[in-house]
Design a protein around this ligand. Structure first.
Ligand code: AMP
Length: 584
């Protein structure tokens, strides 16, 4: 069967996806990234550079570089470089040509058909010009679909019962609100609104101004105002903004003018300061949202699902606003900047009759969980839970002053992480430094109808959203699943014993640490039998027999409580403490 791709032709970034084994697959470009900057730079020889090289060239050739051409598509605007003139459709065509070529290279086959997405409010002229851009890139445009519809397809909402969906699409340059009504598997766009001059770029400019102010207050001089320096400042602002979607503090390096050697000024920008700087911009999302609701004649309560789309919707401030306005958690288990391309690929697959082959997972075939201290698997969602499914659990730190944790996502029925299937691992940093057991990190899993697992973590003390990661549940064939489930059942007794032994070890080590702290604090005869009890417990932990560990631990616990030097609650850090990745 011939292959077709779905293309999200964005204002700042473009990307492509295809259908592989019945499910959408986002394709990396030749630079190894999913996102190709929608930037074209006309080099001196007249050849267009597209994507990352063009973006990089912008600092040295600002007058030959074209950004955000999507804002002009369908208009009479012309890009003039040297003595050449290009229509917006031609410039968009160069972008599509690169996206197509990269997809072909990635897949190792020719692609000549595509579904391309446009904002829901695009008029006929704009849609027509987008088609023309596709044709100029050598693509037969099978269909132009609206971005919110594509996003809803990516979320699998067309397979759910009829309901009302509100889509917030906050991209690089524009903010779109769309309200969709789903019935009989078809989406109808009920109302649209938005702000065509609100997006990630505007956040970058605001953050850049703030950085320039910080620069001025530290160096006493204004930040250089030439185009190249401003461009570098804006890039630094964008990098910091992206980092602050997962970290609480971002390091920013700004070049310092120095005639002898290159030097940098290193600044720290906190999420709080950044959110203050962009607060007014984020609030600008409210009015168009009310407008769209009024247009559809709906109240906030009548919205069943809120979907976030567009790279800039990853900002924590945007998610908080969604929560505040709609009183519900927005859907976000598909990566917001990939959703539209994935939806376009699904539409292409539907047109080619490929998507019927989608392996529908109606229940989770094997449990999902994460590895905790001692190599134990803590289950978040048990097997056979109907999809979509979600599960949360609160974890803590295993060591004092532990500021980062490692989240190892597992699938399977076995007690020990080693015996389960590893789906991926990522680090959470930015945990406030505190005694072990004090920080509370809520890890949440959301699994969509296609088995894509979205992992997020929130630090509950600071309410800081820490990190998100997406991984895919393994699609094993029914025989393998049955085999693994059976293996789990057969090993149940052995696994229970193993779990007990590991838990006993963890508790014992906590008690030993508590005992040693008491000994350090008090060089006092009242500690009496403590040293002997600690030494004894260490011995039995090494031998690893659960019953003995429990018995000796009990003695130490009793002694510690009797000396009343330690709060009993501090003696047992819950076993759900995450694996230490780094201790700073
Ligand atoms: P899009 O047009 O949907 O690709 O969105 C592009 C915008 O999303 C740019 O302004 C990016 O800087 C921004 N963006 C991408 N990733 C993140 C992130 N993790 N946090 C905040 N903004 C992001």
């Amino acid at each position: 069967m011939t292959r077709a791709i779905g293309i999200d032709l964005g204002t700042t970034y473009s990307l492509a996806a295809t259908i592989e084994n019945g499910r959408p697959l986002v394709l990396p470009n030749s630079e190894g990234s999913y996102l190709t900057p929608s930037v074209v730079c006309f080099a001196e020889d007249g050849l267009p550079w597209v994507g990352e090289p063009a973006k990089r060239a912008a600092a040295s050739m600002p007058h030959r570089t074209v950004f955000s051409i999507k804002r002009r598509i369908g208009s009479d605007y012309r890009v003039k470089v040297d003595d050449m003139e290009y229509t917006p459709a031609q410039v968009s065509g160069f972008i599509l040509k690169k996206v197509k070529a990269d997809a072909e290279e990635q897949l190792g086959e020719r692609i000549d058909r595509a579904v391309i997405t446009v904002p829901a409010y695009f008029n006929d002229r704009q849609r027509q010009a987008t088609r023309e851009a596709g044709a100029l890139a050598g693509l037969e445009v099978m269909r132009i679909i609206s971005e919110p519809t594509a996003a809803a397809l990516a979320y699998g909402i067309h397979r759910e019962e009829a309901h009302t969906v509100l889509v917030w699409d906050l991209g690089g340059g524009t903010f779109d609100v769309s309200i969709l009504e789903l019935g009989d598997g078809i989406f109808e766009v009920r109302a649209v609104s938005g702000d065509t001059w609100l997006g990630g770029d505007d956040f970058d400019l605001r953050i850049a101004d703030d950085l320039a102010q910080m620069y001025r207050s530290i160096t006493g001089a204004a930040f250089p105002s030439d185009l190249g320096s401003r461009q570098r400042l804006k890039e630094a602002a964008e990098m910091a903004k992206i980092e602050l979607s997962s970290a609480l503090v971002a390091k920013v390096r700004l070049p310092l003018p120095d005639s002898e050697r290159p030097r940098c000024l290193e600044l720290e920008l906190s999420r709080e300061r950044m959110e203050n700087a962009v607060h007014a911009l984020v609030r600008r999302m409210v009015a168009p949202t009310h407008e769209a609701l009024a247009g559809a004649g709906l109240s906030v309560e009548e919205i069943d699902r809120v979907i976030l789309v567009g790279g800039a919707s990853r900002m924590t401030a945007v998610r908080s606003l969604a929560r505040q306005l709609f009183g519900k958690e927005p859907y976000r288990y598909v990566q917001p900047d990939l959703a539209v391309a994935m939806g376009a690929a699904i539409q292409a697959g539907m047109l080619l009759g490929q998507v019927e082959k989608v392996v529908l997972l109606d229940v989770l075939p094997l449990s999902l969980g994460i590895e905790t201290e001692g190599g134990l698997m803590a289950r978040l969602i048990p097997r056979n839970t109907p999809l979509p499914a979600s599960g949360t659990r609160i974890f803590t730190t295993a060591k004092d002053c532990q500021t980062s944790m490692s989240v190892h996502v597992l699938q399977g029925e076995r007690a020990m992480a080693l015996d389960d299937i590893s789906l991926g691992q990522f680090d959470l940093s930015g945990i406030p430094s505190a005694a072990r057991g004090v920080p509370k990190v809520e890890v949440a899993f959301q699994v969509d109808v296609d088995g894509i697992v979205h992992v997020s973590a929130t630090e509950l003390l600071t309410e800081g959203e820490m990190n998100v990661a997406v991984t895919s549940a393994k699609f094993l064939d029914p025989q393998e699943i049955a085999g693994l489930a059976q293996e789990g059942a057969l090993s149940e007794e052995r696994d229970i014993a193993m779990r007990q032994r590991v838990m006993a070890g963890i508790q014992a080590r906590n008690l030993i640490a508590a005992g040693e702290r008491v000994l350090d604090r008090l060089d006092d005869p009242r500690t009496g039998q403590l040293p002997a009890a600690i030494a004894n417990l260490k011995l039995v932990v090494a031998a690893g027999v659960a019953e003995e560990i429990y018995a000796c631990a009990e003695v130490l616990r009793w002694l510690l409580a009797a000396t009343s030097m330690e709060e009993p609650s501090r003696l047992d850090v819950p076993s759900d403490s995450l694996v230490v990745s780094h201790v700073y």
